[in-house]
Design a protein around this ligand. Structure first.
Ligand code: HEC
Length: 286
């Protein structure tokens, strides 16, 4: 049982360690930055999420949709935690198609908290056609879908570089150190000061990339924080349960062992009595 207990504890620790290093499993030299959400106790930095939303909205949303996110998510615990009023105000800036009305026609109305994020293009074909033949991927799960996750997106945004001598790129294709194949059909979306942060933070390239990446990681896992809390509670619960099971096992088996000893002593006595009766020395009795 002790061996089993040890094994389980080792498995739990390996899982915990994996949790915090999972993003480093591929061998690419990503640009380094500290993510507040790393590790089992990691949480999102609210101000970074709010700034990240601002960057997404003012820069990326022109081309990239986030189809699974609703405006109400912006005010939920564990996210950017805008107040309900702020989230309502954000939603009302967008127009959503609704209907049909009593005349059978679709119509546009301001978005509500329950609506999904407005999309820049009606469908993938329109998005691809408008972007020189490349589809700007939906960002709902982008941070999860790409190997390297947050580190990849962060590095990609800062990874635009001079095209190396000898390499010819077509119009509308750019050189990026971190894009697989190094060619990307998105020009660098960020530059210093492209947004003016509502909270006064200086909008350097690194800051912009970090904030928008944090926002995209949250967008792909809006319940990450509560899941981590749950997971941690489950581990504590399992450890307590295991300790209790182990202790009760010790108790039950100790009774059984003493019963066995009693039985053996009784058997010895009987054996001695029998051999005395037969006149034999119990020590040589086989
Ligand atoms: C003018 C349109 C446009 C804007 C604005 C834009 N993108 Fe893109 N983005 C694209 C297109 C097109 C692609 C696909 C490129 C390709 O496949 O070569 C892309 C691809 C990407 C990729 C994916 C690379 C991959 O692994 O497939 C990421 C990440 C990305 N964009 C992030 C952003 C972020 C973050 C912003 C906002 C700061 C942003 N983009 C703004 C058009 C845009």
């Amino acid at each position: 049982m002790l061996v089993l207990l040890n094994k389980i504890i080792i498995i739990i620790f390996i899982t915990l360690i994996n949790f915090s290093v999972h993003s480093e499993e591929i061998n690419v030299n990503y640009k380094k930055t500290n993510w507040s959400f790393d590790g089992i106790f990691g949480t999102f930095d609210r101000t970074s999420l709010q700034r990240g939303y601002q960057v997404y909205n003012e820069v990326c949303a022109g081309c990239h949709s986030i189809q699974y996110l609703s405006y109400r998510n912006l005010s939920e615990i564990g996210g950017p935690e805008f107040s309900i009023e702020e989230a309502k105000a954000i939603a009302s800036q967008f127009e959503i198609e609704d209907g049909p009305n009593s005349d059978g026609e679709m119509f546009m109305r301001p978005a509500r908290l329950s609506d999904k994020f407005a999309k820049p293009y009606p469908n993938i074909e329109a998005a691809t056609a408008a972007n020189g033949g490349a589809y700007p991927p939906d960002m709902s799960v982008l941070a999860k879908a790409r190997a390297g996750g947050a580190n990849y997106i962060y590095s990609l945004l800062l990874g635009y570089d001079e095209t190396p001598a000898g390499l010819e790129l077509d119009d509308g294709v750019y050189y990026n150190t971190y894009m697989p194949g190094n060619k990307i059909k998105m020009s660098s979306p960020l530059f210093d000061g492209i947004v003016e942060y509502a909270d006064g933070t200086e909008a350097t390239m690194e800051q912009l990339a970090k904030d928008v990446t944090t926002f995209l990681v949250w967008a792909s896992e809006p319940h990450l924080e509560s899941q981590k809390k749950m997971g941690f509670k489950a581990i504590i619960y399992l450890i307590i349960l295991l300790t209790l099971v182990y202790m009760s096992k010790q108790k039950i088996w100790s009774k059984l062992t003493s019963k066995k000893q009693e039985d053996e002593e009784m058997f010895d006595k009987v054996e001695r009595a029998v051999s005395e009766y037969e006149g034999e020395d119990p020590k040589t009795f086989k």
